[in-house]
Structures are given as C-alpha cells and as structure tokens.
Design a protein around this ligand. Structure first.
Ligand code: B12
Length: 218
C-alpha cells in the first residue's frame, strides 16, 4: 500500500473512532518498516487535528472527541515500543507536565514519548499540575529543563507564574523553560520570558538537544 494512503487511512480510523482498524493499520505500518514516529505524526496526530476542527465546527462534541483520543492512544500503544530509543550517558533531565487547570494531555504525552526516546530522563508530572510542583520536582531531581504544556487560553498564565516563582527564588538561571500547546506562540514565550517554544513534539526534541549543547559549550 502507498505510504501516504496508509497515513490517510490511519488518520480516518482516528476520526471514525475505529479502534480495530487503527490497530490493523498501525501494525501494517510496522510491517512496511515505516518509522513509528512518522506514523504517529502523519497518521494518528493528523487525524486528531481534524477531530479538533470538527469539534470547532460543532460536528463533534466532547464524547466523540474523547472516543477519538482513545483510538489515538490505542494506536500509540502499538507504535510506542517501536520508536527508536537512544541510550545516552548522563542524560538531560526533563520535568514535563500540563499546567494547573488544564486536563488536555495528548500533546504533552507525545512530547514525553519523543523526548524519552531521544534518551532524556523524563519526569512526567501528568496533567492539571499544581504550579509549585514543577519547581519542587525540578529541584528534587536536578532537572535541566522544565517543559510546560497547555491547550487553554485560561491556563496559559500559569506558565508565567512558574517563571516568576523561579525568579523569586533566584533559581531562574538553573533551568531552561520550554513551553508549548495550541494557544502558545513564540510571542507569548518571549513575553513571559520562556527560553523556547516549538509547535510540535519532534521540534521540541531538536530544540532541547540544541540548547543543551549550547549550555555545555558556554
Ligand atoms: C481532545 C480535546 C479534548 C479532550 C482532551 C483529552 C485529553 N486527554 O487530552 C476532552 C474531550 C477531555 C476535552 C475537554 C475539554 N476541552 Co478540549 N479539546 C480537545 C481538542 C479537540 C484537541 C486537542 C488535542 O489533543 N490535539 C492533538 C494534540 C496532539 O495536539 P496538541 O495538544 O496541540 O499538542 C501538540 C503541540 O501543541 C505540541 N505541544 C503540546 N504540548 C507541548 C509542550 C511543550 C513543552 C512543547 C514544546 C510542545 C507541546 O506538541 C504536540 C504534538 O505535536 C481541542 C481542539 C484543538 N483544535 O486543539 C479542544 C480544546 C483544546 N478544548 C477546549 C475546551 C474549552 C475544553 C473544555 C473546557 C470543554 C468543556 N466545556 O468542558 C474541557 C477541558 C476541561 C479542563 N479543565 O481541562 C478548547 C480550549 C479553548 C481555549 N481557547 O481555551 C479547545 C481549543 C476547543 C475549542 N476550540 O473550543 N478536550
């Protein structure tokens, strides 16, 4: 089967909430030796993007969206073990979570999967994370990066609060703060004094690697 057609079918399986079909097609992608990361991005996530549009157009409502995200997760479970994982000595330590008030965690989970497979040591705080916890855990595990996700405009300001709390404790320079999620932009990242923002999970891994390299060299 043509690879683009396969990705399209996987994305349709997410939109149509067809769990069995998603399983069959994800297995097919593995048989065809397509990198799992590509199938996740081009198939599962692009299906979820369309689900988002359908929700905005009021074609789908919350129950449908949830069922679609279950299908995405079923596909992820098949592909995850096949993501190439790098083994690294002295790994970069990342604390990641969805900020307080927000329970959207699909995107955060993707960033987590990709960073883990890049060999980083990832401490996942989950979703609806009390803001203080980002700092407490970062301090406890000796993290290099604090990564925050949110999908809601109402909870975006929590990211600034975390940065302000770091400054108030005089430990801002100890950490690189990276943010992402639907309503986040480079401008917002600049405004609140975050170190980095990326649109997607793959770029997030590249940015972390790049920033880690720069701080080692300087
Ligand atoms: C799925 C979904 C849900 C699911 C969530 C399931 C789950 N476990 O996550 C359910 C049905 C539970 C849900 C609930 C709600 N939702 Co909702 N939901 C969505 C939807 C349709 C898709 C989001 C998604 O998963 N996209 C797919 C993922 C892969 O994309 P992503 O999260 O953006 O992540 C990518 C990037 O952003 C980036 N990224 C993400 N995090 C990070 C972090 C870092 C550090 C970096 C670098 C990158 C990065 O990488 C990811 C992969 O490429 C969006 C609509 C949309 N178009 O986004 C609405 C949306 C986010 N929801 C919305 C709302 C309002 C709600 C509810 C309040 C509704 C309600 N009335 O109850 C509740 C939330 C309750 C709460 N307090 O949290 C609004 C938010 C509006 C706003 N401006 O604030 C949206 C935008 C829909 C809308 N247009 O109204 N929702």
């Amino acid at each position: 089967m043509d690879i683009q057609k396969l990705f399209k079918k996987i994305s349709e399986a997410v939109i149509e909430m067809e769990d069995d079909l998603a399983v069959e097609l994800c297995n097919k992608s593995l048989e065809l030796l397509i990198p799992a990361e590509e199938t996740i991005a081009e198939g599962l996530v692009s299906g979820m993007d369309i689900v988002g549009q359908l929700y905005e157009e009021q074609e789908y409502f919350l129950p449908e969206v949830l069922t679609c995200s279950d299908t995405l997760n079923i596909g992820l479970d098949i592909l995850k073990p096949h993501i190439k994982t790098e083994t690294v000595d002295n790994p970069i330590k990342v604390v990641i979570g969805v900020v307080e008030g927000d329970t959207h965690d699909i995107g955060k989970n993707l960033v987590k999967i990709m960073t883990e497979s890049a060999g980083f040591e990832v401490h996942d705080l989950g979703r609806d994370v009390p803001l203080q916890d980002f700092i407490d855990v970062a301090e406890k595990v000796g993290a290099n990066f604090i990564c925050m996700s949110t999908l809601m405009t109402t909870t975006m300001t929590g990211m600034k609060t975390v940065i302000d709390m770091l400054k108030a404790r005089d430990i801002r320079e100890k950490y690189k703060v990276m943010i992402g999620g639907g309503p986040i932009s480079q401008k917002f990242a600049d405004d609140i004094g975050a170190d980095a923002y990326t649109v997607g999970a793959n770029e997030a891994v590249k940015r972390i690697k790049k920033m880690a390299l720069v701080s080692v060299e300087s």
